[in-house]
Design a protein around this ligand. Structure first.
Ligand SMILES: Nc1ncnc2c1ncn2[C@@H]1O[C@H](COP(=O)(O)OP(=O)(O)OP(=O)(O)O)[C@@H](O)[C@H]1O
Ligand SMILES: [Mg+2]
Length: 403
């Protein structure tokens, strides 16, 4: 029997570092989870690695447990680049087809994408990945794969996603510090989207909101392709901190209150009183409505920022596929109904479903997305996906740092 490859991913989050080792089932679109572990993160600020030594240790520890469980040796991983430094912009390119018989080749595709990349970037920022939205041959629009078609004039519209190079370097360094190689770095919102969206969602037009600990990642897809992505500097920890300040308790207690009484954040209004004994022996009491008054404005603020991103691309209230909510913060009870009302779009929770045996959990979306993207990259390399140009790999930017 043909052995399918084993792939490992590490989600370096602000709240948690998670690792997974999977193997694709032969001839199936399912993944067997061989090992998985997660630990509380440290040295990551708003999605960005600020202390590669500390993060390296946590990655090493987390992957070691996943490896032990799987019984497999793993020495390279796919990991996620996250942070508010990520930006996306659209651009166009135009070239003349080079071959005398006018048949479009990979080389023409590479050239037209290169032509679309001629925009100026602020210092220290660089393009990490290019997503061609469509190709246009002699004014004929909507072509996804132009190779083998004939034409004189080849145009493309791309979405380019970039960020600060030093942040990606810190992440690579943390992985190297864990005695691992970087299989590739994957944009966090892209990894997340790949595990919660179907092709149908992407065709219809959909928004993914990854409600993490300290960041909220968004990605918008339309007609099958990425249209926009951004990372906002707020997440579920902001709600925890608001509760800590509002109830005058430490952040650990506030986290407990947030998760235990989560349903009063957005649930039905009630003046019911709750009592809670703290580890110090002190007892606190609060009305359930108090939690709502503290947390609801913050959620409104975050969704307001998401709405601004939709307005930037003129897609506010205009995505038939609706909103897919994911990330640990998506577990806040009633958030689906609240988002539906606030953004005036259909809304559902998204979580990875093609992995077994694995609990269906929205906080695992990015982690599972990393190995899905990894599998796609490896299949492209093996020639199983015959049109390249979609997945320009990020790793090449960091080869210089690899031993
Ligand atoms: N049941 C729950 N109710 C409310 N919030 C929850 C629940 N479970 C987890 N969370 C929150 O989810 C967050 C962690 O989510 P996740 O693991 O997606 O974050 P992360 O990937 O580490 O962070 P980031 O993506 O911002 O770097 C924490 O802030 C945690 O409080
Ligand atoms: Mg995350």
């Amino acid at each position: 029997m043909n052995k399918t490859p084993i792939i490992a991913g590490v989600d370096v989050g602000t709240g948690f570092v998670k690792a997974i080792i999977v193997q694709k089932e032969p001839e199936e679109k399912r993944f067997k989870v061989l090992g998985k572990d997660e630990n509380i993160s440290s040295g990551v600020r708003k999605g960005v690695v600020v202390d590669p030594d500390r993060v390296g240790k946590i990655i090493q520890e987390t992957l070691a447990e996943a490896k032990r469980e799987s019984g497999h040796e793993v020495d390279e991983v796919y990991a996620n680049i996250n942070g508010i430094h990520l930006f996306s912009l659209s651009s166009k390119g135009l070239i003349s087809v080079s071959r005398a018989d006018q048949e479009i080749a990979q080389e023409d595709v590479d050239r037209v994408i290169e032509a679309a990349k001629t925009f100026s970037l602020p210092a220290n920022k660089e393009i990490l990945q290019i997503f061609p939205r469509e190709f246009i041959i002699d004014r004929q629009r909507g072509i996804k794969n132009p190779i083998g078609l004939q034409g004189v004039r080849l145009e493309t519209e791309i979405v380019a996603v970039g960020g600060f190079s030093s942040y990606s370097r810190n992440l690579s360094q943390a992985i190297l510090n864990a005695n691992l190689q970087v299989s590739d770095l994957i944009l966090d919102p892209i990894a997340t989207a790949s595990s919660v969206l179907t092709l149908k969602d992407k065709e219809e037009g959909v928004l993914v909101i990854d409600f993490g600990a300290a960041t909220t990642g968004i990605s918008v897809y339309e007609e099958g392709d990425l249209l926009h992505t951004a990372v906002l500097p707020m997440g579920a920890n902001n709600i925890r901190n608001d509760i800590a300040i509002g109830l005058r308790v430490d952040t650990e207690t506030a986290e407990f209150v947030k998760n235990k009484f989560g349903s009063c954040i957005l649930g039905p209004k009630t003046t019911k009183k709750e009592k809670l004994k703290l580890s110090s022996g002190e007892e606190i009491s609060f009305q359930r409505n108090e939690i709502r008054k503290i947390a609801e404005p913050r959620i409104n603020e975050i969704l307001g920022e998401v709405e601004k991103e939709l307005k930037k691309i003129s897609k506010n209230k205009l995505l038939p596929g609706g909103v897919v909510l994911t990330g640990g913060g998506a577990k806040i009870p009633h958030l689906v109904e609240f988002t539906k009302k606030r953004l005036e779009l259909p809304c559902r929770i998204g979580m990875p479903r093609r992995f077994f045996p694995l609990e269906e959990d929205p906080s695992l979306s990015t982690l599972c997305g990393l190995v899905l993207c990894g599998m796609e990259i490896e299949e492209e390399e093996e020639g199983k996906i015959n049109f390249k140009g979609i997945l320009t790999r990020i790793k090449k930017l960091f080869q210089v740092f690899l031993p």
